[in-house]
Design a protein around this ligand. Sequence first.
Ligand code: PMP
Ligand code: GLU
Length: 398
Amino acid sequence: MKTLSELALNVKASTTMAIDAKAKQMRAEGIDVVGFGAGEPDFKTPDNISMAAINAICSGKTKYTPASGLLELKKAVCNSLKRDLDLNYLPTNINVSDGAKPIVYISLRVLLNPGDEVILPAPYWVSYLEMIKMTGGVPKIISADKNQGFKVSAKQVEAAITEKTKCIILNNPCNPSGAVYSRKELNEIADICVNNDIYIISDEIYYELLYNEENFTSIASLSHEIQEHTILVNGVSKSYAMTGWRIGYCASNETISKVISNYLSHSTGSPCSISQWASVEALNGDQSSVKAMRDEFKKRRDYMANAINNITGVSCEKPDGAFYIMMNLDEVIGKSIDGVVITSSDDFAEKFLEKELVAIVPCTGFGFPNYVRWSYATSMENIQIGMKRLEKFVLSLK
Ligand code: PMP
Ligand code: GLU
């Protein structure tokens, strides 16, 4: 048989999805596995949102909608971007699709010609790298370790620019580090991008989940020029505990928006009408559940970061946003368990799952091989069990 597409054959499966599927499968088999894999809030979708979906079903709002989303939802997105981030967009600037994941993918599709370079700050969310390759782009990775708070500087961005650079993917707050860029840092990066005519895909899906006093700044809000250069990605999955409803969206200039909309009309078609009506309620309705979930995440973050830092051999920074902690393994890599040497975070995660039945994600796929990622979007009870099992596991390493 003829070979498949080279681009497609190069794509690796998502580690986050794979580990989550494995943990869920083990649980279904009756194994007492505790999952810290996929970043998925454990909370139930708030009732007002679920009721809006039920009403949509009962009132027959169950047909195709425009491929780029319902006008009502686009208006709700514009309102929330104005209310929360002081951004001015019109419904014609908004595209809705089946989650933020396809939105990032389609944004890259729309921006890139084969061979165009995309600057990707590491640590990065696992899917960005594969999506760049899937869309014919060339990733240019720049790295920021804990001494830089896992945030790249404008100087690093500038140094990575070549004549082929088309865009940068900025994930703020960041999955997996939880790092949040300040207004000043964003201003410096924005200047470089505008001066070099580089687009920014700014994935701000975790912007509601911030745990310090500082307000969140969207890079698109810094000037008209930067707004024109930005595709702002967002969605309801994380802030409203709606991962399964599959609604994400983006805001961009009208030219990009039109091309994205054409693309959606032939690829995904219209997003689920029921989920769209639920998302209208999520964005327009009572926002108190967002605060309640954020407060709970903050408690979990504090508990987990302290517990990790109290275990000799592993350590972490306390992140400012999102719901992940990156745990450093420098001191345990090279140690053994059952005579088998742990040579990487993949080995650590595999042995930890096998021995202690705890699922975490190695950061190899996030461009940071000496770290593993814990998601604290799970109950405090699970976190306490996970931390006890971690201590036992690390103590058993020789
Ligand atoms: N961006 C980031 C940074 C994420 O962590 C995720 C997690 N799934 C997504 C986008 C995709 O979100 P969605 O569930 O809306 O596709
Ligand atoms: N984004 C989440 C994560 O990083 C969910 C899984 C995924 O979409 O990759 O775990």
